[in-house]
Design a protein around this ligand. Structure first.
Ligand SMILES: [Mn+2]
Length: 462
């Protein structure tokens, strides 16, 4: 059995507000899918963040449909989970639409039962756990959740849901593999919190390629992150140029971070590269504006025209520098996109060190810097996730009730007969539960009324 493991395509993203970057993201995903189909895989996994936002534009949706039709024409099933970027708490999602079109099959906890050639369902409290079976392979998955949703006191939701199987697909940052990534201090799961007894962990969320072998982790199978299909951040640059204060000329090195996906055979992942636009991360240091300008001009000669380049200016310059004084330098360079970022001290513009040390609280300063870095790519829910994860605040009271509503209060009308497929047994409205403890006898800060999923997790399951 051979399958492809793709993650973090982020379709619809127009990085740096450049239309050609939109096309780059689509192109990379298309190449990954085409290569998977050409390799005659038995199925394709999409481990979250297929889209950059949960409500993609019609254009992004059209592109996704066109690409996903390639495997469908060959009758290669695609199994997917939602990532933090494309998940939604709305009743219907764009994943439902793609599923309805027969392009993907979504795995995880769902409101409705799903059964077809590949999908199986099992009722768990007021939800259905939907997984896939291809031949004798059992493929499980769960969309992105925050850490506080997955690890609740002594209950590990993942271990409760997934006892054994062949493949487990998740969109989470596992601490063991998060080193040197943005998730290093904001991971979702510790290695020991992953369910054991799976032969392959198909992960998404960390955008650089990562692989941990069973010998390293003690798990049955490898944990694999293919990384994003396109370069989403300067940390994923294809080339790094450094022009230090004492350097006579700039030093260029290739950053060995190819983009792509895995083709997995007998649970052994093999990386398949996807071609991406060159992405340069440049650092130029100097002690005067003139020196910085001269070095920038020199560096520009090393950057190919089709590249994206982010240029950091460093050093101590009396009176500071303004980025406007550099932008015009590369106007005639023909470089597809470039931007300057200043780390110059003594500068006139605002820098991290100078953002309201006294006026702002730590998180206000973070928010400010966050807003400043990419002003047009700032979905509020994403920021809330980021903030909650970073500060582990849990969910504020008012929000909690709303966010959990779908899981709470299984309503009677939903169990009405007409919604049930013919010939199927009526399931009891109230699952067996809550033998052990009643909320009122509890002195901890649990919500007064646990959801039936909570009840299931606390021991009502059979
Ligand atoms: Mn992502």
């Amino acid at each position: 059995m051979r399958f492809a493991h793709i993650a973090d395509a982020h379709l619809g993203r127009e990085q740096f507000n450049q239309p050609f970057r939109y096309e780059d993201y689509v192109k990379a995903f298309r190449e990954a899918v085409e290569k998977a189909v050409k390799a005659r895989v038995d199925f394709i996994l999409i481990a979250g963040d297929l889209f950059h936002v949960s409500r993609p534009s019609p254009k992004a949706l059209r592109d996704a449909v066109e690409i996903l039709e390639i495997p469908r024409r060959k009758e290669i099933p695609v199994f997917a989970i939602e990532g933090n970027h494309d998940k939604t708490i709305r009743e219907a999602s764009v994943f439902d639409l793609l599923e309805h079109l027969g392009l993907i099959r979504t795995l995880g906890l769902r409101r409705e039962e799903k059964r077809d050639e590949f999908l199986r369902s099992k009722k768990i409290a007021d939800r259905y756990l939907v997984w896939a079976e291809v031949g004798d392979l059992k493929i499980y998955g769960l969309r992105h959740h925050t850490r506080w949703q997955l690890i609740r006191g002594n209950t590990n939701v993942l271990k409760a849901l997934f006892k054994r199987g062949d493949i487990l697909m998740l969109h989470q940052a596992v601490d063991y593999l998060a080193k040197d990534t943005p998730y290093q201090d904001a991971f979702d799961l510790k290695l020991s919190e992953l369910p054991d007894n799976f032969s392959y962990y198909a992960l998404g969320h960390i955008h650089v390629r990562k692989l941990a072998e069973p010998e390293q982790t003690g798990l049955k199978g490898p944990i694999a992150y293919p990384g994003s299909t396109e370069r989403t951040d300067v940390r994923e640059a294809s080339h790094v140029v450094v022009y230090g204060e004492r350097d006579r000329k700039p030093k260029l090195r290739e950053n060995p971070q190819p983009k792509g996906f895995y083709i997995v055979e007998d649970f052994r992942p093999e990386f398949v590269e996807v071609e991406t636009r060159p992405f340069y991360r440049v650092t130029v240091s100097g002690n005067s504006k003139a020196e910085l300008r001269r070095k920038v001009e020199e560096v520009a000669g090393l950057i190919p025209k089709d590249a994206v380049a982010i240029i950091y200016l460093e050093g101590t310059v009396k009176g500071g520098v303004s980025l406007a004084e550099f932008n015009d330098l590369l106007k005639g360079s023909g470089i597809a996109y470039y931007a300057f970022r200043s780390r110059v001290t003594g500068e006139a513009i605002i820098s991290k060190e100078r953002v309201g040390e006294e006026i702002l609280t730590e998180w206000e300063r973070e928010l400010f810097l966050h807003l400043r870095s990419e002003p047009k790519e700032f979905p509020l829910d994403e920021f809330m996730d980021w903030l909650l994860e970073k500060y582990r605040l849990g969910v504020p009271e008012g929000m909690s009730a709303r966010a959990r509503k779908p899981v709470e209060e299984p309503k009677k009308p939903e169990n009405a007969e007409e919604k049930r497929p013919k010939g199927e047994k009526r399931v009891k409205a109230t699952p067996k539960k809550e033998k052990i403890e009643k909320p009122k006898t509890e002195k901890k800060t649990r919500p007064a009324k646990p959801s039936s999923l909570d009840a299931w997790l606390r021991g009502g399951r059979q």
